[in-house]
Design a protein around this ligand. Structure first.
Ligand code: AMP
Length: 472
């Protein structure tokens, strides 16, 4: 199967060729013809499947046919949950559209709004936006949707996790009724399906990997260890396994900072990326990691979501994620587009409920490996997966308090309901309204707070010849 058979126009095929893509990925094979035919699409696709090109190439193709955007109008709106993802998607739009006379702009919170308002004046063919900033721009009369032809919701599950549903509903109410809608999500919870029902019109459903499964190309294993030993174990693994570049996930921003300081003190080149960092600092951290200036990028889930770091062989879960589905997103950073990768989770006894949730979600028990000198005093019990709900045992004598357990309530779907019933949940009262505030706060902060620096420059690709407005 070649791209030429999918019905794309010559300028797009040329751009694809210049990217070095020989064969379309499964999601591209299904999505591109459907979108070219004007159909609504609902696709279950993780990052790493080539989904961005899957929707960008055909939407650019369709844009070639219409009339250009009038002042303050957008013809395509792509909504993304985080500014990093928004920047990446816009970079892809610009890259794939380099031979087309189209204009793409990205807008997101955390930077001054005025330059973004100026960019909207000429009108844009493709507007990539985070929801909060888009609404701000609308309130300032900087953007109108009279000419809107197409809406894309990228990483819809993440948008809901971040509490964007009210913003999305507000945005939908502003759009013309006659438009093409595309929705991409790594997972399809009932909540996402509800949203899809109200949004999509007789959609083509695309599922390229079974629901909630992890990339087959990723070798996954866990390393049981006592909590306090985790930093030293990470160092040991870096040494013994001779890892090159590693993306390390921590549960909290404080944890990310502490681990980065520890690694740096041990002579390892490391940097952190999370919601407390300014846009400039985040872009620099990402650029330094991409360019190999640092070996280790320590990230929180929100900051790392959707980051496209090519050919990343190694992901480490320093902490297991609070939300089991984040495990899938995290390890989606490796083993991309057919490349092989490895994902290692350092699991302490108090994280056993999270381990159960992850194993239940991915439908497999993760292999374990004990590292000499790091055998845990506090055992991580063996879990099992089955179709029946798991009853996680309480961890044996966890050293630390059970503060981690509070966050279990953020588990979604059946898994979340099941875990909410556990004794641990009762104890903490998690699962009550507002339990997902931390994620929302991190996002709100990114979306609303102004930082003095512009920070608009994407670190990744050199400025392409078309479309990108100065300072983007
Ligand atoms: P995405 O799933 O959109 O985040 O894309 C993941 C990675 O796959 C990106 O680095 C793309 O450049 C790359 N990619 C997309 N389509 C293809 C393709 N057909 N062949 C090889 N790599 C691709």
């Amino acid at each position: 199967m070649s791209f030429a058979t999918l019905g794309l126009s010559a300028p797009l095929l040329r751009a694809v060729d210049e990217q070095g893509y020989d064969t379309p990925t499964p999601v591209q094979i299904k999505a591109i013809p459907a979108i070219l035919a004007g159909r609504d699409v609902m696709a279950a696709a993780q990052t790493g499947t080539g989904k961005t090109a899957g929707f960008t190439l055909p939407l650019l193709d369709r844009l070639m046919k219409g009339s250009s955007a009038q002042p303050n109008q957008a013809r395509v709106l792509i909504l993304a949950p985080t500014r990093e993802l928004a920047i990446q998607v816009c970079d892809s739009v610009i890259s794939y559209g380099r031979h087309l006379p189209l204009r793409a702009v990205v807008v997101y919170g955390g930077v001054k709004i005025n330059p973004q308002m100026m960019k909207m004046r000429k009108g844009v063919d493709v507007l990539v936006a985070t929801p909060g900033r888009l609404l701000d721009l609308y309130q300032q009369n900087a953007i109108r949707f009279k000419q809107l032809e197409m809406l894309v919701l990228d990483e819809a599950d993440r948008m809901l996790d971040l509490g964007f549903l009210p913003d999305i509903r507000k945005i939908l109410a502003l759009l013309p009724g006659k438009r093409q809608n595309l929705m991409f999500s790594a997972t399809f919870s009932d909540e996402i399906r509800d949203l899809a029902r109200g949004l999509l019109n007789n959609p083509v459903e695309i599922s390229t990997s079974p629901r909630n499964t992890t990339a087959k190309t990723v070798r996954q294993w866990i390393c049981p260890v006592d909590k306090k030993q985790k930093p030293a174990l990470l160092l040991e693994l870096l040494r013994v396994q001779r890892w090159g570049q590693v993306l390390v996930f921590t549960k909290t921003r404080e944890g990310a900072n502490k681990l980065t300081q520890f690694l740096t003190a041990e002579g390892v080149r490391a940097t952190a990326i999370h919601g407390d960092k300014s846009q400039v600092a985040r872009s620099k951290a990402l650029a330094d990691f991409r360019n190999g200036v640092v070996q280790i990028l320590v990230a929180t889930d929100v900051a790392a979501r959707g980051l496209d770091i090519e050919q990343l062989p190694q992901v480490v879960n320093f902490d297991l994620p609070k939300v089991a589905e984040d495990y899938i997103h995290r390890i989606g950073r490796t083993g991309r587009a057919g490349a092989s990768g490895e994902a290692v989770s350092l699991v302490s006894a108090d994280e056993f409920p999270f381990l159960c949730s992850v194993e239940q979600l991915i439908g497999q028990v993760l292999p374990r490996k004990l590292i000499d000198g790091f055998e845990p005093v506090h055992d991580v019990p063996q879990s099992r997966t089955s179709q029946r709900p798991l009853k996680p045992k309480k961890p044996k004598k966890p050293k630390q308090g059970n503060s981690n357990v509070q966050t279990v309530a953020r588990q979604r779907g059946n898994e979340g309901k099941r875990l909410q019933k556990t004794a641990a949940m009762k104890k903490t009262g998690a699962g009550k309204p507002g339990h997902n505030q931390p994620a929302k706060q991190e996002n709100d902060q990114r979306e609303r707070s102004a930082v003095s620096a512009d920070g608009n420059q994407s670190p990744r690709r050199p400025a392409p010849p078309f479309g990108r407005t100065p300072g983007r």
